[in-house]
Design a protein around this ligand. Structure first.
Ligand SMILES: Cc1cc2nc3c(=O)[nH]c(=O)nc-3n(C[C@H](O)[C@H](O)[C@H](O)COP(=O)(O)O)c2cc1C
Length: 489
């Protein structure tokens, strides 16, 4: 797929179409998936003016890139001129209904997705939301919001071949822009802080998205687990219009229907993910923690609940809702699963969603894990190191990359976080600036994903090193990355 760099200012508006019109190829922006997930929020109104056709091209491309399970998936676009149908194979728009049938007369594009299942609609909507805000600069201006009201209006007025399950309304309005503030901090240190800005750009990751259910079974690090949970349903800096703490996904009426209903199953046990402070359901608060529920290995029990659940994954996330009959809960599950697919890709590990689940599978999963009787599992997300080999990438920095570390330390210790995209032996060593070895920090076989290590500022004889600058090298295979740190105690 050809992806080109382009700046937003020079892009053209959508011309009034008479027959069919090809949309331009999607363009790549600089923002990572994680940064967009951390920055996202919905803008419901206040639109003024049009948006470049490139925005529409990117959003429709993103919405149609995600997998879906149903028999059909249709995309409808209402502009000031017409309602169009989008053909993802040819990236063309053709007129479906003449005239202006927008729900909001100030919007630039209103994009509806018609597909049998709300989970699938949710995946597409989330892809489109992030693709739209990928156009943000420091000050955003491409804004959007999934809207039930617009959806009802579209079903009454756009004459879709199948019911539209959700409409994303896009417009031009002032926005806060991207935000790398980390707010997902664990109140009980049960999870390390996730990275809210990653390496790969959103569009490149999405272009490479490929669910894969083959795993080596090697357990991922706690940093990787933390990252996945945050991507699925973690807190972000913005506050919603009703003053709740925003998440990496939107939620109808900011109800956040998956709160306390996402479960982690590893070889150690079953835990519940909380993005809110104890007792856990105050939506104005923020947290990032795991509540242990069962100890022991419950994965065999989970796997026996359905033969569609991958049998070799080292970890599973179970997404539950309390009501499977509403769009609000089921679409939210789709939002979270899309983010999980993107996050596994960004971590260099495999991810695979068993979704939708049948009625029988729902109760079998719930019984296998002794989940609360009033919760219904709607997706099982399997994640772990790829058994099928990792994607080919050029450059060592893609195999091993330091993603967070302080350049200076006064007291305490230096923490280095790094992304390892291929399992292997990792060696970390400290040198002084004359190149003399000071200490070996780590020599260990590690799984693909995020990892961290700590240097307490001592040498190999456990003596504190002198003030000054030191070089830390991390090596795997023939790739070495370096980090400089100054101790100033
Ligand atoms: C499925 C769904 C339907 C929504 N419908 C509407 C709507 O009809 N009108 C509206 O103003 N906002 C709607 N929203 C936006 C939510 O109000 C918004 O996502 C929520 O307040 C959380 O804020 P955030 O998206 O900024 O994080 C909808 C969101 C979702 C996920």
């Amino acid at each position: 797929m050809l992806l080109l760099l382009l700046t937003i200012g020079s892009a053209a508006q959508l011309p009034v179409l008479t027959r069919t019109e090809s949309l331009p190829a999607p363009v790549v922006h600089a923002h990572s998936f994680e940064l967009l997930a951390n920055s996202r929020y919905s803008v419901h109104s206040g639109f003024d003016g049009t948006l470049p056709v490139q925005v529409l091209a990117n959003v429709l491309w993103a919405m149609s890139r995600v997998p879906y399970s149903g028999a059909y998936r249709e995309f409808y676009v209402a502009t000031a001129d017409n309602v169009y149908r989008y053909d993802p194979d040819t990236r063309t728009l053709s007129i479906h209904l003449a005239g202006d049938h927008r729900y909001n007369s100030g919007s630039a594009y209103e994009i509806g997705v018609a597909t049998p299942r709300h989970e699938d609609a949710g995946m597409s909507i989330q892809a489109g939301l992030l693709a739209a805000i990928a156009f943000w600069t420091d000050t955003g201006e491409v804004v959007c919001c999934p809207m039930k009201w617009a959806t009802d209006y579209a079903n009454s007025n756009w004459q879709p071949a199948h019911p539209i399950l959700m409409v994303n309304v896009l417009g031009r309005a002032p926005a806060r822009g991207v935000d790398s503030t980390l707010v997902a901090i664990s109140s009980d240190s049960s999870l390390p802080a996730p990275l809210v800005n990653g390496i790969d750009t959103f569009e490149i990751l999405l272009a490479e998205l490929a669910p894969d259910s083959q795993f080596t079974g090697i357990p991922p690090s706690l940093e990787t687990v933390s990252q996945l949970l945050w991507a699925a349903y973690g807190v972000t800096p913005h506050r919603t219009s009703n003053n709740r703490q925003g998440l990496t996904v939107p939620s109808a009426i900011a109800g956040y229907f998956l709160t306390g209903k996402i479960y982690l199953v590893t070889g150690d046990g079953v835990s519940r993910y909380w993005n809110r402070l104890p007792p856990g359901n105050n939506l104005a608060t923020r947290d990032h923690r795991l509540e242990p529920l069962l100890s022991g290995d419950w994965r065999p029990a989970l796997r026996s609940a359905s033969n569609r659940i991958p049998s070799t994954a080292p970890l599973y996330l179970i997404i539950c809702v309390d009501d499977t009959s509403t769009y609000r809960t089921m679409q939210e599950a789709g939002f979270a699963v899309f983010n999980l697919l993107m996050q596994t890709r960004a971590l260099g590990i495999n991810g695979y969603a068993t979704m939708p689940l049948t009625l029988t599978e729902r109760s079998a999963v719930r019984n296998a894990l002794m989940l609360p009787a009033n919760e219904f599992p709607v997706a099982v997300f399997a994640a772990g190191e790829a058994a099928t080999g990792i994607r080919e990438r050029s450059g060592g920095e893609n195999v091993l990359r330091i993603v967070r570390a302080q350049p200076a330390v006064r007291r305490g210790s230096l923490r280095i976080e790094y992304l390892l995209r291929r399992a292997g032996l990792v060696r970390a060593e400290v040198f002084d600036l004359a190149g003399r070895p000071v200490k070996v920090l780590l020599e260990q076989q590690q799984s693909a994903g995020y990892h961290s290590l700590v240097w307490d500022g001592t040498d190999s004889h456990h003596q504190p090193v002198r003030r000054g600058t030191y070089l830390i090298t991390l090596t795997t295979g023939n790739v070495t990355v370096r980090h400089k740190v100054t101790w100033s105690r």
